[in-house]
Design a protein around this ligand. Structure first.
Ligand code: BGC
Length: 755
């Protein structure tokens, strides 16, 4: 009976969807029959009037272009009144009254800012991440936006690249889970709802693999590597129903993504069945000229032929497609197809029935930065922090005694939000000092000293301060600042040093060759360590940093990324033990820059270094170890979790015969806490060489002090598949190894046979 009902329900749902599609198609065909070629090309044009833009070109005469029907969408403005004004021009003064679609970079929250995405990914909590996207969508839509340029799902193995801050780290499995969660959070179950926004997965594709970690640099990669490690998160976003895709700046197989037909049509549309529209990145269309692909007309035709539907800011489509049509370089059918996809997006967003549905002063004033949103921001920030070291349990701190709170990021609002928080107001954020005061209570005495500037390097300061004074060097000398800090440390029971990067030392166009804590702050830290006082280092950073010296000399290190609006409160919650840290790294921390790229799912090589015997002739370095300083999946807790009793039942797997992986995790320490149990596999013999470990499952677990819980995972042969030489995911029977642990290095293991 139940089965019958489910089948009936499915049929009903399919029939309803079909009827809706037919209705949409009829509406759009009818509209397009009234449109000139120019008006159709106009829909393919995405403009920005300015604001926080990422290129030297901004769109001109925007109002007039809207009136003329030369604009399909607009980004860079926010707020119900401003957006309404622009929509009014389209609705009242253009011939066809086609509504504009309004987009923006809403990356980790709109006005209530959550941790940077790299931090969010360290929660390994897809439900929380989905909720953060849902809240972002609620705020953004109240503020007039239909469309967000998120999630950014570029896998990255090079922390020199500043945009690692915007992604979910190095692993395709975790990255895919997060990509899908974010899409569902933004888009909800019904895109026409006033609080749903269309998501845009970016940057398609492989943008995170720029040579040498240098922004916008060339990418070159084998297909096998692409398919197995880099493409899955984009695919996961497509499978989750994402409405739009942004093409990336880089080239793939020698052809820039924005003009790459294999990528945008063969793979995305034909293989993955993507049904939404593709937008270029900021002038990535016209930039194909500098790549060496021809003049603006040539690259615009190339992009349309490749499968690009909307041109962000270049106006190559607007100014050259008509001519290319005359010359037979493109067809009307291609313009029609692109135009239809853009109009479909507007239809799906409900803009034709109410072009003003996402502009609500009432909603904006009630929902934006609401108490509930801030409360959740504080919670998720605390979950994102990673405890890298905690010798002799110096954390959590006691709520009594004297704390020397030191460092340029200790009493700072400007840098709490992190990169890509265009709508966030740093003044609404909570500094670490304020957070500590809120949480510690009156028995704690705080002595504050800045101690150093974030950096004294004039080149770094100039290049970081592009969007405002994130680094504000003082007129006092470094020596004067330092001696004040040392004096404060000497008077204290414990030092909390809050150091790291300024917000825009990561993010777009923020590659660094040296990824250590800036020298001015290193000097401060060394002086503080010399005082002999116990020291907790709280780090702000948008990328893995090199922390080899710090790891040796400092008692405790808490990586707080950029925690967002509630950063200070969340940091204090963790420092004083109101929340026991549970974050796990989604990206390896190198011992030194020379190790990069260093990532956990690496291959063995023919001469693996196993730590035995002399280093020659093995795959290693003479001067540093192969292992990263902190591996993928790593993160401590105030308590300790032990893993025992790993069993596989049965120990034989085959298609349709899954295996239950079972083990017991016990909280053997002194605090209640949360653990992320991670399951990895290895396929030691295969027709294509496989990595030494690959994440396949994870589970979050809350355990009271002393409590044990049984953890169960189901493994199927799907989890053992890899990309074969044919570029298909295949399962090859044979022997496998299963690992379970609290990080990718410290694991218990068992054998598994596959038929
Ligand atoms: C970035 C994108 C962003 C776009 C619009 C580009 O420079 O690469 O991530 O969405 O600008 O602001």
């Amino acid at each position: 009976m139940r089965k019958l009902f489910t089948a009936w329900f499915m049929l009903f749902a399919i029939a309803t969807m079909h009827a809706q599609d037919t209705k949409m198609n009829t509406f759009i065909s009818n509209l397009m029959s009234k449109m000139t070629v120019d008006e159709k090309i106009g829909q393919l044009n995405l403009v920005t009037p300015g604001g926080a833009v990422t290129g030297s070109v901004v769109s001109k005469d925007v109002d007039e272009k809207i009136r003329q029907g030369n604009v399909g969408g607009l980004f860079g403005i926010t707020g119900p009144d401003k957006v309404r004004q622009a929509q009014d021009i389209a609705m009242k003064n253009s011939k066809l009254h086609i509504p504009l679609i309004f987009g923006l970079d809403v990356i980790h929250g709109h006005k209530t800012i959550f941790p940077i995405p790299l931090g969010l990914s360290c929660t390994w909590d897809t439900a929380m991440i989905k909720k953060s996207a849902r809240i972002a969508a609620t705020e953004a839509s109240a503020d007039g936006l239909d469309w967000v340029f998120s999630p950014m799902v570029d896998i990255a193995r090079d922390p020199r690249w500043g945009r690692v801050a915007e992604g979910a780290g190095e692993d395709p499995y975790l990255g895919s889970a997060i990509a899908a969660a974010m899409v569902r959070g933004y888009q909800g179950t019904d895109l026409t709802k006033n609080d749903a926004v269309m998501a845009c997965v970016k940057h398609f594709a492989l943008y995170g693999a720029a040579d040498a970690g240098r922004e916008y640099n060339t990418v070159d990669m084998s297909r096998i590597k692409m398919y197995q490690y880099y493409l899955p998160p984009y695919k996961a976003a497509v499978d989750a129903g994402i409405g739009s895709v942004m093409s990336s700046f880089n080239e793939i197989d020698g052809i820039p993504a924005t003009g790459n037909k294999w990528l945008l049509t063969d793979l995305l549309r034909n293989e993955w069945k993507f049904k939404g529209f593709v937008v270029s990145d900021y002038t990535s269309l016209s930039e194909m000229q500098a790549h060496g692909m021809g003049d603006l007309k040539t690259v615009s035709a190339l992009a349309l032929n490749a499968g690009l539907d909307m041109d962000m800011v270049s106006e190559g489509f607007l100014n050259t497609l008509k001519q290319s049509l005359k010359e037979g370089k493109i067809t009307v059918k291609q313009i029609d197809e692109a135009c239809r996809l853009v109009l479909e997006a507007k239809y799906k967003l409900g803009l034709f029935s109410d072009p003003y549905r996402r502009m609500s002063n009432e909603r904006a004033s009630k929902e934006i930065l609401s108490d509930d949103h801030r409360k959740f921001a504080r919670e998720i920030a605390a979950h994102s922090f990673v405890l890298l070291k905690n010798n002799e349990h110096i954390l959590p701190l006691k709520k009594s005694g004297t704390i020397a709170l030191i460092g340029p990021l200790a009493s700072n609002h400007r840098n709490m939000l992190g990169t890509w928080s265009v709508s966030g107001d740093p003044e609404k954020s909570v500094s670490v000092m304020e957070g500590i005061k809120n949480v510690a209570g009156s028995d704690v005495n705080i002595i504050y000293a800045k101690g150093a500037n974030i950096s004294d390097d004039s080149m770094l300061i100039k290049n970081t301060n592009v969007f405002g004074p994130e680094i504000e060097p003082e007129t006092r000398t470094p020596e004067a600042m330092l001696s004040e800090a040392v004096a404060a440390a000497e008077k204290s029971d414990i030092v909390v040093a809050v150091l790291g990067e300024a917000a825009d030392m990561t993010g777009e166009s923020s590659s660094r060759a040296d990824i250590s804590i800036p020298e001015s702050q290193e000097n401060l830290l060394r002086a503080l360590v010399k005082t002999g006082k116990p020291l907790v280092l709280v780090l702000f950073n948008g990328r893995p940093l090199t922390l080899t010296w710090e790891n040796q000399h400092v008692q405790a290190i808490l990586d707080a990324w950029f925690g967002g609006t509630e950063a200070g409160n969340a940091i204090a919650d963790v420092l004083f033990g109101n929340y026991n840290p549970s974050g796990k790294l989604s990206m390896s921390f190198p011992v030194s820059v020379g190790q990069i790229p260093v990532y956990y799912n690496a291959k063995n090589t023919g001469r693996p270094y196993n730590g035995e015997g002399g280093p020659k002739f093995k795959s290693d370095y003479l001067d540093i170890p192969n292992e990263p300083l902190y591996p993928f999946g790593y993160g401590l807790s105030y308590t300790v979790f032990s893993y025992a009793g790993l069993s596989l039942s049965p120990a034989q797997i085959s298609p349709n015969h899954p295996v239950q992986v079972k083990l017991t995790v016990t909280n053997t320490g002194n605090y209640d806490g949360e653990e992320t149990v991670q399951l990895y596999i290895r396929d030691p013999v295969a027709s294509v060489t496989q990595p030494v470990k690959e994440l396949k499952k994870f589970q979050k677990l809350w355990l009271k002090k002393g409590e044990s819980k049984e953890v169960n995972f189901t493994l199927t042969t799907d989890d053992l598949r890899f990309v074969g030489s044919s570029l298909r995911w295949i399962y090859e029977p044979g022997e496998f190894r299963v690992f379970v642990g609290g990080n990718s290095r410290d694991v218990v293991e068992a054998d598994l046979s596959g038929d």
